[in-house]
Design a protein around this ligand. Sequence first.
Ligand code: EPZ
Length: 416
Amino acid sequence: MPKLKIEGGNLLTGNIQISGSKNSAVALLPAALLCDTKSKILNVPKIRDIEYLLKILEVLNCKYEINNQELEIDTTNLKNAPIPENLSEQMRASYYFMGTLLARFHRAEISFPGGCVIGARPIDLHIKGFEALGAKVTIIKNKYIIEAEELKGAHIHLDFASVGATINIMLAASRAQGQTIIENAAREPEIVNVAEFLISTGCNITGAGSSTIKIEGSNSLDNGIIKVCPDRIEASTYIIMGALIGKNLCIKDLNIKHLEAVLKKLSECGISYETKENEVIISKCNKILPTTIVTETYPGFPTDIQPPFVTLLTQSEGISTVLETIYESRFKYTESLKLLGSKTITEQNLLTIYGPTPLASNNLYVPDLRGGAALVLAGLIATGTTYLDNISLILRGYEDIVEKLTNVGAKIEIIE
Ligand code: EPZ
């Protein structure tokens, strides 16, 4: 199994270019199947999740051409087919084919989705949305069968502002008859990105980015075109890395508006940075103040940045607390951080961090994607050489992470 070998202590300086958002791109590829003939998606990140989604497009007889980050999809001969377990289990986002295939064929058959083990991650809100539109959902072994005679617009209220449920219901509603209203919709930038794509296909959507989204269904959508928005989680991860061990590290091609909660928290920790149009320039902070974090839905502090931020807090001078309100078990990576020398206590979804603690290298196991990012940052500041196992999870969500970090002076490589 390949491992990441990281030699800690090297100051990082230079430019890091942010890629297209994983969590937007993995929704846009299934959304493209709503088009009758063709669509184009720009700024697609080169990550494992995209590779798996392209394999699912092949199962559905979709033609595509990808040149670097530009993807052209031809749905002229789209055919409905069951999404096999060996593909759907590779990631969470495979569940977006439920909304798309239901919209196109009034039937979707898909094995249970996979995704990071950070909680139960049910999809009851997605199913409630499909049922409100007129679908019947049955579970046979580990497969969802979703069928509808017809899809009619509905007024749906989400008990929780779920990103996945908001997007999946938007996809299904885009070709339903009449208007669908989603109340308590999630407001993440990725949802706005998907709505912009649907609007480019001729779908009438208003309110994306707010808590109430209105979708006028249409029986024909086509010629979609979209640029994947910058990955705010990748950008935040590298900005935090700059605060730990940067020297005028410049993180470019980001969308500063999407980073407000994280930048505000960094300022609370006494960390200064310079912002320009779409870039942040940051250097190692020698006196990091402790803070309290509560993860929330957007525009609150993002749960996906909780792990990398905890690595930062292991170096803060005092006691910090992190309340994880989105997932019920997203602190697994802290066990690995402790092997490097951090001092933390976990009580259910409350983490207390006692800093600063010098970190020393060790051999670690990556439990999930963002926990893995936290361990990469820890390895970059630990004395000695740290080895990370199970790194495919990291490669799922961070495009060219080894190249990007090597280019700014990190001693990091993948070894077999
Ligand atoms: C998306 O997951 C992201 N993944 C996650 O990023 C991110 O953490 C999450 O949104 C929150 O921002 C993708 O976009 C592929 P949710 P999603 O539905 O859609 C509960 C990463 O590291 N819930 O907003 O699955 C659920 O259990 C990943 O890039 C229900 O109870 O998130 C969770 O506790 C990790 N019922 C909470 O809501 C439902 O039907 C957030 O889920 C749906 C969700």
